[in-house]
Design a protein around this ligand. Structure first.
Ligand SMILES: [Zn+2]
Length: 214
């Protein structure tokens, strides 16, 4: 039979574990991964679902950025002069878009490529058609593409624009002037940007237009 003293000593020894041994054991312990709960998995899936649709948006923004026109600096007026009077009569924004596509005028903006270099087209009956968006840089006058391009269908070296076209052009210019605070001396013709063209033709009624602009 063991004495009471021996039992006491043994119990004391059991309580006191050597400190060194304790320190040696600690690094061996492996951290246990927390088991994935249902809520953390759901959070990951939601995050993924929110991120994936953003990727195309980021790509669109990255490709659109070089063609961004923050604030148009003026207006440049053109005539179409497509060849024959019949060509100009039949043309519209879609025809010019196809024509400019062949010339490689395309610019990616937002969700699509705009080939037409003008921002607006005015048909002979005075219909105003949208070309590329106002916030997309133009492709209509080298060195002046930070201005909005407006093209009137017709060849004004042969004849003046129709009364409907003049009326629509004045209204459009005034609207754009107000929107972007464009003074009337910043409303010019293509030939004011380069000597290489007569656009918008010698019959274009500059005097009347300037009188009507603000
Ligand atoms: Zn022109």
């Amino acid at each position: 039979m063991r004495s009471c003293r021996t039992l006491f000593w043994q119990s004391e020894m059991l309580k006191k574990k050597p400190v060194q041994q304790e320190a040696r054991r600690k690094p061996r312990r492996r951290k246990r991964r927390k088991p994935r709960t249902g809520s953390s998995r759901t959070r990951r899936i939601v995050l993924l679902l929110l991120t994936v649709p953003l990727l195309p948006l980021l790509a669109v923004a990255a490709f659109s950025l070089p063609n961004l026109l923050l604030w148009p600096q003026g207006i440049v007026i053109h005539h179409s002069a497509l060849g024959t009077p019949e060509d100009d009569r039949r043309a519209d924004a879609a025809v010019i878009d196809a024509l400019h596509a062949r010339r490689g005028f395309g610019a990616f903006f937002r969700w699509r490529t705009y080939h037409i270099g003008y921002h607006y087209v005015i048909r002979r009956d005075g219909t105003v058609q949208a070309g590329r968006p106002e916030q997309c840089v133009g492709a209509h006058a080298r060195g002046f593409n930070d201005r909005l391009g407006v093209c009137l269908l017709g060849n004004f070296n042969d004849a003046a624009p129709t009364p409907a076209q003049r009326k629509a052009l004045t209204a459009l210019c005034r609207r754009l002037q107000r929107r972007y605070r464009i003074s009337k001396n910043r409303v010019s013709g293509h030939r004011d940007c380069t000597h290489a063209t007569e656009c918008p033709g010698r019959w274009f009624p500059w005097k009347t237009l300037r009188q009507q602009l603000e």
